[in-house]
Design a protein around this ligand. Structure first.
Ligand SMILES: NC(=O)c1ccc[n+]([C@@H]2O[C@H](COP(=O)([O-])OP(=O)(O)OC[C@H]3O[C@@H](n4cnc5c(N)ncnc54)[C@H](OP(=O)(O)O)[C@@H]3O)[C@@H](O)[C@H]2O)c1
Length: 278
């Protein structure tokens, strides 16, 4: 089996590293291409045997499953380049939420899946959001599911929910890291605790929190109840957080969705430009 990767940016590289290090595939089973070729060549130096294609067409021609790891605005160029070399029995996996499966199926003759990863997949953790296209067979679905199960917990998601699910699964590592950094910075500002100590404390706390929620039989709710004894300091802190943080998360979800709608429109305009009538 040969896997192709188009776009070796943050996520293309993360997926390749995760698949190789999880033992899902050998470097010799991968063929990759990136617009700035140097990025692909650097990765090939790290993983001897990994092949760098001369262009996206070669990447597709040589692979059974290929991953489209470019940004939404870059899809048109890539699809234009590869559309006449795709075969009906190949599978294209898009990792991008605002490019609709129906649009990819209109452009390419192959089978399509949308599978949105998370940076957490780099350490074989977190979810991948699984949205099968209409041409995938049951065997294809099982195959892709098992492939992503080697680096993540795949979860079936309706295409209409990919944005909000991505907010929680893919963007939240950054959102929560931001909140943790703010908490550490506030501790430093208020008490002169060395910043290095503060950052180490919140980082180790997050590691333990993840383990408690995944392996320690805690839920988000039961964990809060367990730590916050009545009348204690944590309870006071939770009361303050509950009073002050609610609307910001609603605003966050509204903001990502407004940008998403805008991105969908831009992708639609670029993939299916309207012909101007004179
Ligand atoms: N980052 C995440 O955590 C994450 C999570 C889930 C999904 N995603 C999705 O993954 C997609 C990629 O995100 P990213 O963070 O990896 O972006 P990125 O770092 O900008 O990577 C995109 C890569 O695509 C390459 N590229 C652009 N046009 C190309 C072409 N015509 N042929 C070959 N390569 C081309 C770029 O090459 P150059 O070096 O020339 O710019 C760049 O290396 C986005 O749609 C994003 O929504 C990202």
């Amino acid at each position: 089996m040969t896997y192709g990767f188009i776009g070796i940016g943050n996520m293309g590289r993360t997926l390749i590293e995760a698949f190789i290090e999880a033992g899902t595939c050998k470097p010799s089973e991968l063929i990759i291409h990136n617009r700035t070729k140097n990025k692909a060549e650097q990765l090939a130096k790290t993983y001897p045997g990994l092949r760098v294609a001369s262009d996206n067409r070669e990447t597709v021609r040589e692979s059974s499953v290929f991953f489209l790891c470019v940004k939404p605005g870059e899809f048109r160029n890539v699809l234009q380049e590869i559309r006449d070399v795709t075969q009906s029995d190949q599978i294209a996996v898009s990792i991008t939420s605002p490019v609709m499966i129906s649009d990819l199926e209109a452009w390419l003759s192959c089978r399509i899946a949308k599978i949105i990863p998370s940076i957490a997949n780099r350490v074989c953790a977190g979810n991948s959001l699984f949205v099968p296209g209409t041409r995938l067979t049951k065997e294809d679905e099982t195959y892709l599911w098992d492939l992503f199960r080697t680096i993540s917990q795949p979860i079936l998601v309706d295409e209409q929910h990919t944005r909000v699910a991505s907010d929680l699964a893919s963007c939240s590592p950054a959102f929560l890291a931001c909140l943790m950094e703010k908490l550490a910075d506030a501790a430093v500002e208020e008490t002169q605790l060395p910043r290095e100590t503060a950052l180490s404390l919140v980082t180790q706390m997050a590691h333990g929190l993840g383990q408690l929620l995944t392996k320690g039989n805690f839920t988000l709710k039961s964990l809060q109840e367990h730590v916050a004894v009545p009348g204690g300091i944590t309870r006071e802190g939770l009361n303050l957080l509950n009073r002050n943080t609610g609307p910001v998360f609603n605003e966050l979800i509204r903001l990502t969705h407004a940008k998403y709608e805008n991105d969908i429109q831009k992708v639609q305009n670029s993939l299916f430009p309207k012909v101007k009538n004179n």
